[in-house]
Design a protein around this ligand. Structure first.
Ligand code: NG6
Ligand code: CA
Length: 499
């Protein structure tokens, strides 16, 4: 009898252990962080010890890509597993855009909910909210909750777009109902000062070639006009610590069941106004200071996991939504103080670009339980693959409608396979495709270069073909030498752009 009881208890314990075996999953998504912006990816001017430690304890990918060279489409691809160029309206979203993620199809967070995860998004959203205009003064939906996040604490668009307020679980935080919020992207509303009319109130000058001179929030003028909501304004220098604290609270509240945290840092997007702990500390201007703040954030999250004894079975995936830009709307001294630092490392282009710096980004996976430390891999992988890979990891079927463009790359994420994605598409203005060593960029009419952001877009009216195996900087166009490869890749690209 006693023996039977013991067996039963053992079985029970075993079941519990098994039930807990699914790892926690955290995606830390930086904003505009370039391939060369971390010391573990070759930056020498400042150090990013916490992110470097992640890489040391896990796998550092050197050929991982976001889908797109800007924020909204990359995030759309990450969360839906669908290529953003297959849906209209997935370009950079204004601050009053409607939600662009369909609520009737599986998403990365809803798939993980089905697998038993409690899910949260904390940080930058930039995927639209509501359906036909947003009333910021009542419950804002559909939004994160309707696409599968149990908890949300978000900056609605970008740091440089109004409204500059946090939205927690569909409600503007700290809103005074007697001072309601109105937002307009077409014309000025309300009497709040703007950068255009009151430049003396600003802590950094907007580059008016790029707008950014509308309503002033926290002494910085933004894109778009807003009135009301004064008690709800965020303070730029506190954003990093506020969202980090929210993340730590979420983690602490979910120690007994698996959780998924999509942590979308506002760093290092403009306007850059990191905390006084970091301002002036990099010697590289506010952009460098924001990199230090991002690294601090990662350190805080790791410490929280360590102290809750969760680190061993938590999978952390660190990456960036698109490549680097130095002046993206404000004169914040980042250009003047950049020195010889190369935000894109050896790559050509930057944010907005179809050259590789637009989409080839830092990508690190750490999961002590299953992933061997101290590895580097050049396996070709896309962020869009996280959906199918994490579905595989958590035993979720994808069915016909989920994540149509996501490939299962779990073995690669865990360092167990070196097999490249068979090919991969990227989006700048035009599309490009990488297959093996070859990269083909389709012809396009857009400008080749922007002197405003000082970035080569990579547009050309002729086809471009580069051999990335010995020309990672895309300097020699080989299209005329290899017409058959151009033809093959152009056809493959065409088939993959269609729905
Ligand atoms: C651009 C903004 C830029 C930035 C970007 C979005 C202008 C001229 N430039 O349109 O400042 O906000 O949008 O960046 O308005 S992203 O990382 O969210 O895609
Ligand atoms: Ca971005």
């Amino acid at each position: 009898m006693k023996k039977k009881l013991l067996v039963l208890i053992c079985l029970g314990v075993n079941l519990i252990v098994h039930a807990q075996q699914k790892p926690n999953i955290i995606i830390i998504y930086a904003d505009d962080l370039g391939y060369g912006d971390l010391s573990c990816y070759g930056m020498s001017k400042i150090k990013t010890p916490n992110i470097d430690k992640l890489a040391k304890q896990g796998i550092r990918f050197t050929n991982a890509h976001s889908t797109s060279a800007t924020c909204t489409p990359s995030r759309f691809g990450l969360l839906t597993g669908k290529s953003p160029w297959k849906q209209n309206g997935t370009g950079i979203a204004p601050g009053d855009a409607s939600l662009i993620i369909p609520t009737d199809k599986p998403t990365l967070p809803s798939m993980l909910q089905n697998a038993g995860y409690t899910t949260a998004v904390i940080g930058k959203w930039h995927l639209g909210l509501g359906t036909n205009g947003i009333d910021w003064n009542s419950e804002i939906k559909p939004g994160p909750k309707e696409v599968g996040f149990n908890y949300s604490f978000i900056m609605p668009a970008t740091l440089d777009r109004v409204p500059c307020v946090y939205v927690e679980n569909g409600r503007v935080l700290n809103l005074d109902p007697t001072d309601p919020i109105a937002v307009n992207y077409k014309k000025k509303i309300g009497n709040d000062p703007t950068g255009k009319e009151n430049p003396e109130l600003l802590r950094m000058k907007p580059d008016v070639r790029q707008g950014h001179n509308q309503t002033i929030i926290d002494s910085i003028s933004r894109i778009g006009w807003m009135s009301g909501g004064h008690s709800a304004y965020w303070k730029d220098e506190n954003i990093a610590s506020e969202i980090t604290n929210k993340a730590i609270t979420f983690i602490s509240n979910n120690t007994t069941k698996p959780f998924f945290l999509y942590f979308a840092s506002g760093d290092i997007h403009v306007p850059r106004y990191p905390n006084s702990m970091f301002r002036g500390k990099s010697g590289m201007g506010l952009r460098g200071d924001a990199i230090l703040q991002l690294d601090w954030t990662v350190g805080k999250l790791i410490n929280a996991l360590d102290s809750l004894h969760l680190a061993q079975n938590t999978m952390i995936i660190f990456s960036s939504d698109n490549g680097p830009v130095v002046n993206d709307g404000y004169f914040d001294q980042s250009v003047e103080l950049l020195g010889d630092h190369k935000p894109a490392g050896p790559l050509r282009g930057g944010k907005y670009s179809i050259f590789d710096a637009g989409t080839r980004v830092p990508f690190i996976v750490k999961w002590p339980e299953k992933v061997k430390a101290n590895k580097t891999t050049d396996v070709l992988i896309s962020q869009i693959d996280l959906f199918a890979s994490l579905a595989k990891l958590t035993g979720q079927p994808l069915g016909d409608i989920a994540a149509p463009d996501s490939f299962d790359m779990l073995a690669q994420l865990l360092g167990k396979s070196k097999e490249n994605r068979s090919y991969l598409l990227e989006q700048g203005g035009p599309l490009s495709i990488i297959k093996g060593k070859w990269k083909y960029i389709e012809p396009s009419k857009g400008p080749r270069y922007s002197d405003v952001v000082n970035i080569e877009y990579g547009n050309d009216s002729f086809a471009q073909l580069y051999d990335l195996s010995n020309d990672i900087g895309e300097t020699k166009n080989l299209a005329l030498q290899y017409p058959d490869i151009v033809k093959e890749l152009a056809t493959l690209l065409k088939t993959n752009r269609e729905v």
